[in-house]
Design a protein. Structure first.
Length: 367
């Protein structure tokens, strides 16, 4: 998800070894979102990353294009968020986070801008307060709109173009009928970019029934809504990013473990946020309507050993090599088949398998 979202903020810069580092500052969150795995978990591990530990990461950031200060919690709750932003900026990386916007005040907004934040995504789940508030429990859409307004006012006062702001709209069946009105909602509040996402990690019956993508392939019943949403976005000059609603195997998922990584609040280095949630291991995942139990995946702790040791560890190299082989084979098939329908069924082409914990992730289905 994050490489696709934040590429636009780093265009024109010299390519660095890493595209995105997602750094989890806290696992605490004031919301009780119905689609979050925390909603069905009794052993959530509430923790904050210390500033002392965060400083250990700084020497590596010169090789990272974008730093996303976010994990399974609300980054605004971290007491040292402003200092973390300032420290990242000193290392030359773009920095930002996705937030519920809860509790933002005029003073807090001014502090974030002075700290140098480059981008902020606001999570919403409805174009009306009734829908949004029912899904993102303890979040209130008018409060988010007010926070966005505070950023606009402060940017105008200081004559700044940053931070860039966008909406992140998670689509489920309970809000799908409002998706086509999101571009006009964004225009009304001064947002020029909308990112639509699917619920990809489900652990309960409610969550599984709420997904709008079809894993079995074929035409999706909600595709017409997507087309109307795209048309509305074009008419209003809103940049829109949307996922597929029909499963199609991809060689490398959007999290792109070849150039991205995730660092948990404890310092554990994992290929992505979905492989190291702050709950006991193994953790539950529903994939294609079947229940699976997945071991949390870490290749080392960056607070206790150097990154090169972790990155070059044999099992981590083998993990990435699986994706490299998939990518290579996909290119071979693409150039040999071009527009052939067979390219959509790469299992039939002797396609290399994904790493074991990734086989049951909806991200590998391109949704």
């Amino acid at each position: 998800m994050f490489e696709g979202i934040f590429q636009k903020f780093i265009r024109g810069q010299k390519r660095k070894p890493f595209s995105v580092w997602q750094i989890e500052l806290t696992t605490r969150c004031p919301l009780r979102c119905k689609m979050c795995i925390r909603a069905e978990t009794n052993d959530w591990q509430f923790q904050d990353m210390s500033l002392e530990n965060f400083r250990i990461l700084l020497p590596y950031l010169k090789d990272v294009e974008t730093v996303v200060l976010e994990g399974w919690g609300e980054s605004l709750l971290h007491k040292d968020l402003l200092e973390c932003i300032r420290l990242v900026k000193k290392e030359g990386s773009e920095v930002g986070f996705v937030t519920s916007g809860k509790g933002l005040t005029e003073e807090r907004v001014s502090e974030l801008i002075r700290a140098g934040v480059d981008f902020i995504g606001f999570s919403i789940s409805g174009a009306t307060p009734e829908t949004h508030d029912a899904i993102r429990v303890n979040s209130h859409l008018p409060e988010i709109v007010h926070a966005i307004g505070l950023f606009h006012e402060e940017k105008r006062r200081q004559g700044l173009l940053r931070p860039k702001m966008h909406l992140v709209f998670l689509m489920v069946k309970d809000n799908i009928q409002e998706v086509s009105s999101v571009p006009s909602f964004a225009r009304e509040i001064g947002i020029e970019e909308v990112i639509l996402t699917n619920i990809c990690h489900t652990i309960s019956i409610w969550q599984e029934k709420q997904r709008i993508f079809a894993w079995e392939g074929g035409r999706n019943a909600y595709e017409e809504i997507m087309k109307q949403t795209e048309a509305n976005a074009r008419a209003l000059n809103i940049r829109l990013k949307r996922p597929s609603l029909s499963a199609i195997q991809v060689p490398v998922c959007e999290e792109n473990p070849l150039r991205n990584l995730y660092i948990s609040v404890e310092g554990e280095v994992s290929p992505c946020v979905y492989l190291y949630p702050p709950i006991s291991s193994p953790f539950k995942r529903i994939f294609c309507e079947k229940e699976h139990w997945i071991e949390k995946m870490s290749f080392g702790n960056i607070f206790r050993e150097p990154l090169p040791t972790i990155w070059n560890r044999e099992d981590y190299v083998q993990f990435r090599n699986r994706f490299i082989k998939r990518e290579k084979r996909f290119k071979e098939l693409y150039f040999s088949l071009w527009d052939s329908p067979k390219i959509r069924d790469i299992h039939c082409q002797g396609f290399p398998e994904a790493p074991e914990p990734c086989k049951t992730c909806h991200k590998m289905l391109g949704v």
